[in-house]
Design a protein around this ligand. Structure first.
Ligand code: ADP
Length: 520
C-alpha cells in the first residue's frame, strides 16, 4: 500500500514536472493585467533559428478582437497612469531595470534561442534595455518644460509636456528586447499607456520585458502585450482609432503601410526603417583597426542590423591591402549556434531571410557582375542541417549603383567599393535612399570633420564602425530611414509627449496679445 502510494506520488511529481515543462512553453497575451490566450484559440510557434527542431514556445496567434480588448484596457488605465506623478512612475520603471539586471543571464539565453544572435550580442541587447530603462526612468524627475517671458505685464508663460494617450508599439525581431524597451519605457515615463506587438519571430524577449513591468508594479492595463502576425495584429493596431500614436520599427515597405494608415486617421506616427550604411576607409587609416570595424559592422548579428556596415568605400591606395585582409578575417569567422561561446556569426532569422539573402548573393554575382571574394553559400550540412546559416560573404570591385550596393540585404553580406578621393567617397556614401549611419577611418581630423559635415545621416562615427549606438544619444536616420523622429536620448520625449503652452494672466484685466500695446 505504502509502495503504491509512493509510486503514485512519484508519478504525480513526474506529471507535474511534465506539465510544468509543457506549460512553460505556452505563453499568453497580457491584457488589462491578466495573462490570457487569444480569442482565436490558435497559437504561433516560436522556433530556434539555429536548430528548428527546438520549439522555444507557443504564443497566441492573435486577431483584431484581441487588439481591441488590449486597446480598451489601455484606454481604461490611461487617466490613472497619466495622473500618477512622473517621479512615482519612474520609481516603478527603475524597479523594471533592477529586474532586468537580476535576470539578464536568462533573458540573454532566451534571446539567443529565439533569435539566433550570439550570446555576447544577446547580452548587449539586454544591457541596452537596462541602460534605456535607467536612462528614461531618470526623466521622471526631469521631463523639462520651459518658461519664457510673456508679451504683457503681469502675465506668465510656460510650456509643459503632456502624454499623447494610448500608444501602439510595433517592433522587429533583430533587437528583440532593446527596441521594445526604447519605445515602451519612454512612453511609460511620459504617462502614456501602450499596446505592444513584438515581431512574430521573437515574442519571448518582449514577453520577458512585459513580465518585468508586471513584477515591478506597473498597474494593470498600462502595458498590454498582443502577439501575432503583422498583417492582422500589426495592421489592427495601426488602424485602431483609439490609438493616438504608432511607433514602428521594421522594413521600409511595412513602414510605408503604417504611415498611410496613420495618415488616414490623423495619428502621430514615428518610423524607424532601413539602412545602407557605409564605412569610408581613407589612405591614411589604421587599416587593422578599420578591418576590425568592418568585420564587426558587417557580420555582427549576422548583418541583421539596420546600422550594419553593408558598404565599405575604400581609397584605391589601400584598397587591395584592405580587401585581402577583410577576406582573410571573414573566412576565419566561426559560424554556428550562438549559444556556443566560440561562435562569432549565428544563423539568420528564418527561411524567408535565407531566400532573400541568397537572392542578393546571386544578383551580386550575375546581374551586378561584382567579384564574390569569399562566402556566398547557404550552409546546410552537418551542424548546420537544422538551422538558417549563411557564410560571411564579401563582394569586391563593387560599383556604387549595383543593386547589392543600393538595396538593404539584411544578412552577412558586404560590398567593397573602390574610391579615388574623400569627396567621391562621401558622394557614394550619400548616394542611397537611406540615411541611418556612416563612419570614416582616417588619422586626419580635418578630413574626419569634413566627412562628418557632408554625410547626410542620423549617426556618424569616426574611427569606429557604423554600429554601436548608445541610449543617451538620439537614434534615427534621414531620407528613407525614417520620418524625422528620433528614438533614445531626450529626443524620444518629443515623440511620446505633446506640448501644452500655458498662459497665466495675473493682471486682473483683459490683455489682448498682438493688439494691446504696453506704454513705455
Ligand atoms: P521584417 O521584414 O524585418 O520582419 P517587418 O516590417 O515585416 O520587418 O516587421 C516589423 C514589424 O512590423 C513586425 O512586428 C511585423 O509583425 C509588423 N508588421 C508586418 N506587417 C505589418 C502591417 N501590415 N502592419 C503593421 N505591422 C506589420
Amino acid at each position: 500500500m505504502a509502495q503504491a502510494k509512493k509510486a503514485l506520488a512519484k508519478k504525480s511529481r513526474a506529471t507535474a514536472r511534465a506539465t510544468k515543462r509543457t506549460r512553460s512553453k505556452t505563453y499568453h497575451n497580457f491584457i488589462g493585467g491578466r495573462w490570457v490566450p487569444s480569442q482565436s484559440g490558435q497559437w504561433l510557434e516560436n522556433r530556434n533559428p539555429a536548430d528548428t527542431r527546438d520549439l522555444v514556445g507557443r504564443f497566441p496567434l492573435s486577431i483584431s478582437d484581441d487588439v481591441s480588448a488590449a486597446v480598451s484596457a489601455a484606454a481604461a488605465a490611461f487617466d490613472g497612469w497619466r495622473r500618477t506623478p512622473a517621479p512615482r512612475r519612474a520609481e516603478i520603471l527603475f524597479r523594471v531595470g533592477e529586474i532586468l539586471i537580476r535576470d539578464k543571464e536568462k533573458y540573454t539565453a532566451d534571446m539567443t534561442r529565439e533569435m539566433g544572435k550570439v550570446s555576447k550580442e544577446a547580452g548587449g541587447d539586454v544591457q541596452e534595455a537596462i541602460d534605456c530603462t535607467y536612462y528614461a526612468a531618470g526623466e521622471g524627475r526631469r521631463l523639462h518644460g520651459f518658461t519664457t517671458p510673456a508679451e504683457m505685464p503681469n502675465k506668465f508663460a510656460m510650456c509643459v509636456r503632456q502624454p499623447v494617450g494610448v500608444c501602439g508599439l510595433i517592433t522587429p525581431w533583430n533587437f528583440p528586447m532593446a527596441i521594445p524597451s526604447w519605445k515602451l519605457i519612454p512612453a511609460l515615463v511620459c504617462g502614456n499607456t501602450v499596446v505592444i506587438k513584438p515581431a512574430e519571430d521573437t515574442p519571448l524577449s518582449t514577453y520577458n520585458l512585459v513580465r518585468a513591468c508586471e513584477e515591478a508594479g506597473v498597474p494593470p492595463g498600462v502595458v498590454n502585450l498582443v502577439t501575432g502576425y503583422g498583417e492582422t495584429v500589426g495592421a489592427g493596431i495601426t488602424s485602431h482609432n483609439s490609438l493616438r500614436l504608432i511607433s514602428f520599427t521594421g522594413s521600409t515597405d511595412t513602414g510605408r503601410l503604417v504611415a498611410s494608415a496613420c495618415a488616414e486617421r490623423n495619428a502621430i506616427c514615428s518610423l524607424e526603417m532601413g539602412g545602407k550604411n557605409a564605412i569610408i576607409v581613407l589612405d591614411d587609416a589604421d587599416i587593422d583597426n578599420a578591418i576590425e570595424g568592418a568585420v564587426w559592422g558587417a557580420f555582427g548579428t549576422s548583418g541583421q542590423r539596420c546600422t550594419a556596415s553593408s558598404r565599405l568605400i575604400v581609397h584605391k591606395k589601400v584598397y587591395r591591402q584592405f580587401a585581402k585582409k577583410l577576406v582573410e578575417r571573414a573566412k576565419a569567422l566561426r559560424v554556428g549556434n550562438g549559444a556556443d561561446r566560440a561562435v562569432e556569426v549565428g544563423p539568420v532569422i528564418n527561411s524567408e531571410a535565407v531566400h532573400k539573402i541568397m537572392g542578393y548573393i546571386d544578383i551580386g554575382q550575375h546581374e551586378d557582375g561584382a567579384t564574390l571574394a569569399c562566402g556566398g553559400h547557404h550552409l546546410t550540412k552537418g551542424e548546420y542541417a537544422h538551422g538558417y546559416y549563411i557564410e560571411p560573404t564579401v563582394f569586391t570591385d563593387v560599383e556604387p549603383n549595383m543593386r547589392i550596393a543600393q538595396e538593404e540585404i539584411f544578412g552577412p553580406v558586404t560590398s567593397v567599393i573602390p574610391t579615388n578621393s574623400l569627396d567621391e567617397a562621401i558622394e557614394i556614401a550619400n548616394g542611397v535612399r537611406y540615411g541611418l549611419s556612416a563612419a570614416i577611418y582616417t588619422q586626419d581630423v580635418n578630413r574626419a570633420f569634413h566627412a562628418m559635415n557632408e554625410t547626410y545621416t542620423g549617426i556618424f562615427y569616426v574611427n569606429s564602425s557604423t554600429i554601436g549606438a548608445e541610449v543617451h544619444l538620439p537614434f534615427g536616420g534621414t531620407k528613407g530611414t525614417g520620418n524625422g523622429h528620433r528614438e533614445a536620448g531626450t529626443q524620444v520625449l518629443e515623440t511620446f509627449s505633446e506640448w501644452k503652452s500655458v498662459y497665466v494672466d495675473y493682471s486682473g484685466k483683459l490683455q489682448r496679445a498682438q493688439i494691446d500695446t504696453v506704454e513705455l
